[in-house]
Structure formats: structure tokens, C-alpha cells
Design a protein around this ligand. Sequence first.
Ligand code: NAP
Length: 331
Amino acid sequence: MKAAVLEGINQKFVIKEVPKPTLIQSEVLVKIKAAALNHRDNWITKGKYAGLKFPIILGSDGSGIVEKVFDKENQHLVGQEVVINPGTNWGDNESFQSTDFKILGLPEDGTFAEYVKVNAENVYPKPNHLSFAEAAAFPLAGLTSYRALFSKARATKKDTVLIVGVGGGSATFALLWAINLGADVYVTSSSDEKIQKAIKLGAKGGVNYTKQDWDSDLKELSGGIDVIIDSAIGDGFAKHFSYINAGGRIVFFGATAGDLPPLNARAIFWKQIQIIGTTMGTSKDFEEMLTFINSNKIVPIIDQTFSLNDIDKAIQRMDAFNQFGKIILTL
Ligand SMILES: NC(=O)c1ccc[n+]([C@@H]2O[C@H](COP(=O)([O-])OP(=O)(O)OC[C@H]3O[C@@H](n4cnc5c(N)ncnc54)[C@H](OP(=O)(O)O)[C@@H]3O)[C@@H](O)[C@H]2O)c1
């Protein structure tokens, strides 16, 4: 089968023929129709990720058709159009993942290939209203944002929600989830154009975080924020305490712009702010997200689609923060 193989740090992907995966008990073989990039793939190409191994086929997100199953009881899955939940071995505790938790696309080979093997319990019916490309967009980023907004921040439609760096893949899902929840949503971005795109999708407004005094502008515009979903962190994180309302929740799962800056402890305890870390999500979160997508007929935002052969160009686009939404690979 054809695959994009990463053979080392800071190297280009090599498009080549590799053996098709061989199934063992409880596994199914999915013929991939579309895959999606996550920042994780970019971190791995740069060597900035734990547990690196080479050669590796990256890719956590994929949609396709089940071609083969190992166990007879999974025969009904053959021919089904599916999306893949990239997380395995979450463990028994809903609150956090076990030490055996794994994400598809390192250490196991992932979706940037014609075929991938996964556990039968990790495939879910593709929403009927979505194309394969749209369905490939949501698993990892959508799940992480879904858990952040619903399971962790416990957002309701009464909340005013801020999405930081709205152009990012997971940020655009946080935007879609919060809008469909019926909350008032504000965004930050480095790009005025991306803010306008978010407003067209239903955000109430936004500010450009590269401009001076963006935090006081945001406070005036929004009247105060209850829930913040931030996957960038960096120095901007310290500003949250000037516009967050008492009882506010800040959920984060990434640190694209760097680590936490010094924070004003008094503002945090006096306003009774919760700062909450999260990562990916349980199979229950994944199922709830699918129900939310299906019942609201939500369509993921696709930035651009590349062929597998052009994977290096796709990674470069992510690296330059040019995207608004998910970067897709088609096979
Ligand atoms: N723990 C987990 O389970 C988990 C899951 C998913 C993602 N993540 C992490 O979350 C982060 C985002 O992932 P992704 O796949 O959504 O990435 P992505 O699509 O590459 O998102 C990048 C976006 O981050 C925003 N950004 C960059 N610098 C910023 C800054 N200084 N202030 C505010 N926003 C900034 C930009 O938004 P604008 O273009 O609008 O400025 C950019 O488009 C990554 O660090 C990733 O590793 C973690």
C-alpha cells in the first residue's frame, strides 16, 4: 500500500509502498478515504513530542471504509463508512487517561496511508451528512475541544465563551460547539480576516491579539467572559484575568505559544477561577460528540485539502499558522 513515511526528525515525508497491516484479534482494516493533520503531527516532524520512533506513518484522524475484520462477530462492519476514534486504552477513570493511553499515529502507524488497522471498538459510523473529508476533520481536535467545553468547563448557553487563536483546528471545533450550544462566543486571532470568518459562522465578535490593548477591547466588546478555551497559552494567558468573570473556567490542552506566564494569584482566588487541563477524551465523550454533530448537522471547517503526495506542503501550511480550520489529506 502507499503511505507517507517519516524516517527521522526534520525530514521530508517519503511516499512509498509498504506492506498492508496484518490484523490480529479484535482489529479491523480501514481503507482510508481522507485523513486530517493535527499540530501533533507537526510537533513530531520537529522532534518535539514524547516517545518518538522512526520510521513511522503519522496521522491520528481518518475516515474510510472497513475492508476486512479479524473476528467473525465484527463481519457486519465490512463495507461500513466509518470515522476512527484515535484514542485507545483510556482506562477506568473518566477524569484522566491511564498510563497505557495511546494515540493513533505514534506509536502505532496512523492514517497517512491507504490502509490503517485499528481496534473494532474505535470505528464509528460516519455521519451521513458529512463527506469523507469532513468526517476525517473532527476526531482528535473535535474530541479534545468537546471535552474541554462540555465535560470540563461545563459550558451552558448562558455562558459567554472565548476561543483563543480561532484559526487553529481544535479552536474552530470549539467555535462550532459553542455556537451550536447557543452560547455567546467571542474569538481572538492574529488575523482580522479569520475573525470575520468566525463572525460569519456565528461568533459575536473578536479581537486581534497582535494589537495593543486587545484585552481591554475584548472586555468592552464582550462585557466579560465565563469560559475560555485556550490551546496557545504563552504570554497572552496572563491577560485572561482582566476580562474573565467571577466563577469563570479556563480550559487548556496545548501550549503552541509557550508555557504559562507568571499569573496574578489574587485575581484567580478572589474571582474563584478554575484553570483546568484536559487531553483528548473518553469513548463516552466521543459518542456524545457524534450525537451532537448528527443532531445539529454540524459541518467541520476545512481550510484546505491536499493529496497524500503533497503532505509536506500541508505541514508547511500548518507551520505558518495560515489555516482557518482543518488541513485535510485525500487518498
Ligand atoms: N492535549 C491534547 O489532547 C491536544 C489535542 C489537540 C491539540 N492539542 C494541542 O493544542 C494546540 C493546537 O492544536 P491544533 O491541532 O488545533 O493546532 P493548529 O491547528 O496548528 O492551531 C494553531 C493556531 O494556534 C493559534 N496561535 C498560535 N500562536 C498563538 C498565540 N500566541 N496566541 C493565540 N493563539 C495562537 C493560531 O491562531 P490564529 O491563526 O487565529 O492566530 C494558529 O492558527 C497544539 O499545541 C496541540 O499540540 C493538544
